[in-house]
Write a new protein. Structure first.
Length: 141
């Protein structure tokens, strides 16, 4: 399958757990899906495949400069792996926010914007959730 096709599939399937957390947070199916970590695990396997594939096609890049990173992601397989990396970690953080909000009785109406921000802007959503959590729970952890 082409990297473009995998990109579209990954972007589509990752929406299910996000929608479940936002629309049906208390549903037993949501809890089963999110607590199983099946979506991040499947995407991690896809990531591992594409990162390994990208290393077989050296780009001359490195992790030690911005220009080196640009070269690393100049190959479509490496770029796809990088995108899937974001999908996996953003979903993992969003799932943590969802679990944490349930265990700390944080209103779902407060959680949903945080989840959306985490889906779209990763660290910004995490930061917003963390700040809100601090003011509502009184503890950062």
């Amino acid at each position: 399958m082409s990297p473009e096709k995998i990109f579209k599939i990954a972007n589509t399937i990752v929406l299910l757990p996000w929608l479940l957390m936002m629309i049906a947070p208390e549903w037993k199916f949501t809890k089963t899906v999110i607590n199983s970590n099946i979506f991040p695990l499947v995407l991690a396997l896809v990531y591992a495949f594409y990162i390994a594939k990208s290393f077989t096609q050296p780009s001359g890049g490195s992790f030690f400069s911005l220009g080196g990173i640009e070269k690393l992601f100049s190959k479509r397989e490496a770029l796809l792996a990088g995108w899937i990396h974001y999908l996996v970690f953003d979903l993992f953080v969003g799932a943590w926010e969802w679990r944490d909000s349930l265990s700390n009785n944080i209103s779902h109406w407060i959680l949903v914007p945080c989840l959306f921000l985490t889906l779209m802007f990763g660290p910004v959503g995490f930061l917003v959730y963390f700040v809100i959590r601090y003011f509502l729970v009184g503890s950062p952890f």
